[in-house]
Design a binder for this molecule. Structure first.
Ligand code: RP5
Length: 169
C-alpha cells in the first residue's frame, strides 16, 4: 500500500491588500504559529488585483481553507469583497493607515450592510492577534487538540499577569 503523502491544506488563509500590510498581519501569522495552526499568507488587492481577489474568494473553500483573515487599510474593501464571494467566515483586520490612523480602515471594514458579515477586529496588531485567536477558536470546535493548545495559550496569558505593578512608588 502506498502512503498518502499529500499535505493537509492549510485551514487559515491570511490575505492582505498590500505588502505594506504584512507588518500588521504578521502578528496573525505568528499567533497561529504559536498555536500550531497551518496558514497561508497572500497579497490580494481589491483595487490593484481585482481578478486575483475574485479568484481567491470564489475558490477559497475548494482550496481547503476554513477561515479567512483579511487585512487592509484606507479604503479597505478587501474583507467585505471576500465575504461577498465565499461562505467561509471572514475576520477583518483594519490596518493602521498613516493619514487617518486606521479609522478609515475600521469604518470601511466594519460597516457592512446586513446580509454579508465580516467579523471586524481592532485596528492594528491587537486586531491581527485576535483574528488569529478567533480563527483558532472556530477550528477548535472540531479539533480537541487545538482546543487544548488554545486553552493553554490563554492560561499562559493569565499566568503572565502580575498581582501588582513593578516600579514607581
Ligand atoms: C490598501 O491600501 C492596502 O491594504 C494598504 O493598507 C493600503 C496602502 O497600500 P500601499 O500603497 O502601501 O501598497 O489597499
Amino acid at each position: 500500500m502506498v502512503a498518502d503523502v499529500r499535505a493537509e491544506p492549510a485551514p487559515v488563509a491570511i490575505v492582505m491588500g498590500s505588502q505594506s500590510d504584512w507588518a500588521t498581519l504578521v502578528h496573525a501569522a505568528e499567533t497561529l504559529q504559536q498555536l500550531e495552526v497551518a496558514h497561508e499568507a497572500r497579497i490580494v488587492s481589491a483595487h490593484r488585483t481585482p481578478d486575483r481577489l475574485v479568484a481567491f474568494a470564489k475558490g477559497a473553500k475548494a482550496e481547503g481553507f476554513r477561515v479567512v483573515i483579511a487585512g487592509a487599510g484606507g479604503a479597505a474593501h478587501l474583507p467585505g469583497m471576500v465575504a461577498s464571494m465565499t461562505p467561509l467566515p471572514v475576520f477583518g483586520v483594519p490596518v493602521q493607515s498613516s493619514t487617518l490612523s486606521g479609522l478609515d480602515s475600521l469604518l470601511s471594514i466594519v460597516q457592512m450592510p446586513a446580509g454579508v458579515p465580516v467579523g471586524t477586529l481592532a485596528i492594528g496588531k491587537a486586531g491581527a492577534v485576535n483574528a488569529a485567536l478567533l480563527a483558532a477558536s472556530v477550528l477548535a470546535l472540531t479539533d480537541d487538540r487545538l482546543a487544548a493548545r488554545l486553552a493553554a495559550w490563554r492560561q499562559a496569558q493569565t499566568d503572565g499577569v502580575a498581582d501588582a505593578p513593578v516600579g514607581g512608588s
